[in-house]
Write a protein of this length. Sequence first.
Length: 375
Amino acid sequence: MRLTAAGMSRPAWTEHAPDQARPAQLPRPARRRPGHPAAAGGSRWIRPGAVAAAALSALALAAGCSGTGSGGGTGGTITIGAIPGVDTVPLFSAEHSGRFAAGGVSLQIKKYTSVTAEVAALKNGQINMAAGDYGPFLAAQAQEGNGSQQIKIVADGYDATQGVLEILALPHAHITSPPDLAGKKIATPSDALVNSQNQAAGSGTPDSLDTAAATSVLRSFNVNMGTVTWDPMAQSAEVAALKNHQVDAILVNEPYIYQAQAQLGAIEVLDACSGATAGLPLSGYFAMSTWAAGHADAVSDFKSVLNKAQASSAMDGPVQSNLPGYTGMTRLEANLVTVGNYPPTTNASEVQRVAGLLNNQGLLGVLSVSSMMIR
């Protein structure tokens, strides 16, 4: 998600490869789905998620939550780590518009470029909370076990919809359906759940939530994963790697899906959040158990404001007023990228699907998400 997310790792949206010049006025190319008539030159299919992206701007307009909070950092302030991205727009918008302050929460957002760094900062007490992809945080909790310090889930943050995480290939590359990916090298986000050095060379073994989701779908098409090579790199470098034929395909989320399609005419080969992985929770909000127990009122107030901000993201409005400011996207990208869901409540059974997927792919042991939830 982001796996930055680490792993689903969320990328640093403000980071772009030098040679990834963005077109100023290019229309979004049509996506071709595997097996869809467009793949054979038929009618073109435009993803519906781009329209839903307009919902984000309403966050800055809505304010006025009541409540009192004790805060959690220096001077009663909660310090939260976050990577600016599509998944964290409700957080940044609510803080910028004064929504947290109106709800009695003094919030300071500390920006990071990887979830790996966020996990370390959370465990070391440098931040009180963190927003990031589930993969690395669930893995960190699995390593902690039942010790006195545990990672707790404060709230669900961002769930997949169709088209938020895809494998893309160049047109005319003779890769138009999932079975065509057998024997291919696929670039994947580098902020991994499992150190790539622990993976067998040339192996299709997943090392992140992103690759675990993609692997699940590929296996449903009977692709021999032993012939697939994952090539970890920064998402900002993946489009250039595809352009230069360094890889056969790329696994990316937004805005890199849009960039690959607009710049290279790339086509969708596989939606990594489809079938068994459809609607998969991708990122959430986390805190260490000791801090959360000592600041229960602050956590409660934070959740209350966040949940309302998440609910507000379903309202219509011009997306460019939020996404460009918080993610570094251009206004054109902001208008055309696919946006997932911002759940206003947290469903433990849904988040358990993430732990189950990682377990099925051999990345985690059995992990109870319910025991990690802050009620």
